[in-house]
Design a protein around this ligand. Structure first.
Ligand code: CP
Length: 312
């Protein structure tokens, strides 16, 4: 693997999932693979899980890790041919090449503006690093995708499934703020690659990018959609058609114990209790959110391992 910026970069998905589950049993079995190599993590936005799990994954492989909150460094310019006489101090062309002198892998988190759809779809920050860095790039959540989270989610479903082809429902849930589409996008892409019965439910107006959801059934009646589900993956996202807008905060879409039935509850976290999902779900044995968060380490570790192995 030369880079990991979308789930399409995974060559053999089933093997990667099984290898991650195997790594989880013996996390230190490749503890010298990354010796004398450095992961540089760049955060344009906040993180708890991604930051800690990706660092832990790299350390399990023997790597050194350096982290930069980009907001504390020089303000970057991304425009080609820019006359830099305003606020930006350093062009991405120099910055990406310089960071590559200190890193064997660069991991980047850069959220969307949620203002300009066309600009966000260009993935300017992630693609600039791919273009100008001389080392592999890992996406730690970009404007349109969160592939490490989606790999984590596939690992978690593989571990918890009780039938060969479980029913998996991605349900929109209310949230007071406008949130990105990245987690939902990558999860929808991932589920279309897996042996699952996958459907999406959300209020009208919250349709995701149709190029991503393709032929996935969309059911606007949440109760009908959740019927006999094995896994309910809950996530808020803002409108895609009315880009970045919160159309409604309908409390009736919150996931409750009654709605969940016998299904497992999944969420990428962080989650707003009693807005997205009620306490009774998160505090029950049906919630697998903590196991999901644990699997972030092994998703990152199998990806870093595949990138390190590609170097030899
Ligand atoms: N799920 C996830 O990416 O969590 P963080 O935003 O805390 O990294």
């Amino acid at each position: 693997m030369k880079k990991f910026t979308t789930i399409n970069d995974i060559e053999n998905l089933s093997k990667t999932i099984n290898d991650a589950i195997q790594l989880k049993e013996k996390p230190y079995q490749y503890e010298t693979l990354g010796q004398h190599k450095t992961l540089v993590m760049l955060f344009f936005n906040s993180s708890l899980r991604t930051r800690l799990s990706t660092e832990k994954a790299a350390r399990n492989l023997g790597m050194d890790v350096m982290t930069l909150n980009v907001g504390e460094a020089w303000q970057l310019e991304f425009e080609e041919g820019a006359v830099m006489n305003l606020n930006t101090s350093e062009h991405i062309k120099e910055a990406a090449q310089v960071i590559s002198q200190y890193a064997d892998i660069i991991a980047v988190r850069a959220f969307p503006s949620l203002v300009d759809k066309d600009q966000d779809k260009l993935e300017r920050i992630m693609n600039s690093f791919i273009t100008y860095a001389s080392v592999p790039i890992i996406n730690m959540e970009s404007a349109t995708g969160h592939p490490l989270q989606a790999l984590t989610d596939a690992i978690t479903i593989e571990e918890f499934k009780n039938t060969a082809k479980p029913k998996v429902v991605l349900s929109w849930a209310p949230h007071p703020k406008a949130l990105p589409h990245a987690v939902a996008n990558s999860f929808a892409k991932m589920m279309q690659e897996r042996e699952v019965d996958f459907i999406i439910t959300h209020p009208p107006g919250y349709e995701l990018d149709p190029k991503i959801t393709k032929n996935v059934p969309i059911i606007y009646n949440q109760k009908e959609a959740l019927q006999d589900a094995d896994f309910v993956y809950t996530k808020n996202w803002s409108s895609y058609s009315h880009y970045g807008k919160v159309l409604e905060v309908d409390a009736n879409w919150m996931i409750t114990k009654e709605k969940l039935g016998a299904a497992k509850f999944m969420h990428c976290l962080p989650v707003r209790r009693n807005v997205v999902v009620e306490d009774a779900v998160l505090d029950s044995m049906q919630s697998v959110v903590i196991e999901q968060a644990n699997n972030r380490t092994y998703a990152a570790q199998i990806i870093i391992k595949q990138i390190l192995e590609n170097e030899h």
